[in-house]
Design a protein around this ligand. Structure first.
Ligand SMILES: CC(C)(COP(=O)(O)OP(=O)(O)OC[C@H]1O[C@@H](n2cnc3c(N)ncnc32)[C@H](O)[C@@H]1OP(=O)(O)O)[C@@H](O)C(=O)NCCC(=O)NCCS
Length: 178
């Protein structure tokens, strides 16, 4: 498998929309299903938010295929200064979800976050916040080497309610590389 990450561009909007629509049932218990989100995400890219697409390079060029977009990862709430911290949010898409592609993709994102500027984001700490019943995401955070830090009651407004979250974190010193 050849998995890579790259920043999204306007030309990805249609493939991204198709991927989200195909994946609605997979995403909806845990995250909003937003097929038209990419143009707005592109507008918001900047000092506080960086988005990466996780791509299967062998699938990306195939005519009539699923486009190779394995998933999306937002590096959100980026704060520099003495904190150099951000929160990761991610979704994988059918038909790639659960096929072992998202994990190496997220490892590349974490590595980019901890990498020195200007190629990397120069961050020191990353958080992942996960609803307590989201077993696949809890397994993902642990697979990436994140530490369980604590429990945050009523932290994020998802699916019409304030949802409790388990908080995981990783610092640059703990990262062993992709
Ligand atoms: C959480 C989420 C991103 C995980 O992504 P994923 O697509 O399952 O990621 P991967 O396929 O890389 O995960 C590896 C899993 O595939 C399995 N797998 C299947 N084939 C594999 C292969 N060839 N190599 C490695 N692992 C493989 C692994 O056993 C592992 O399963 P496990 O989690 O039961 O241990 C995805 O489930 C998702 O988008 N969920 C809905 C939205 C969501 O919850 N987002 C996060 C909110 S905090």
């Amino acid at each position: 498998m050849r998995i890579s990450i790259r920043e999204p561009r306007a030309g990805d909007a249609e493939a991204h929309r198709a991927a989200v629509l195909r994946s609605a049932a997979h995403l909806s218990p845990w995250n909003p299903v937003e097929p038209d989100a990419l143009p707005e995400l592109l507008r918001r890219q900047g000092a506080g938010l960086r988005t990466y697409l996780i791509v299967d390079d062998d699938e990306a060029g195939q005519v009539g295929g699923a486009g190779g977009i394995v998933g999306t990862c937002n590096v959100a709430n980026i704060v520099l200064g003495r904190f150099r911290n951000a929160a990761l949010g991610y979704d994988s898409y059918l038909p790639y979800a659960g096929t072992g592609r998202m994990t190496p993709g997220l490892r590349l994102v974490v590595d980019r976050c901890f990498g020195a500027r200007p190629q990397g984001l120069g961050l020191h700490r990353l958080e992942i916040n996960i609803q307590p019943d989201n077993d696949r995401s809890l397994a993902m955070a642990r697979r990436l080497g994140f530490r369980h830090e604590g429990f945050s009651p009523r932290m994020l407004f998802i699916n019409d309610a304030w949802r409790d979250h388990e908080r995981f974190a990783l610092t640059a010193e703990e990262w062993r590389g992709p």
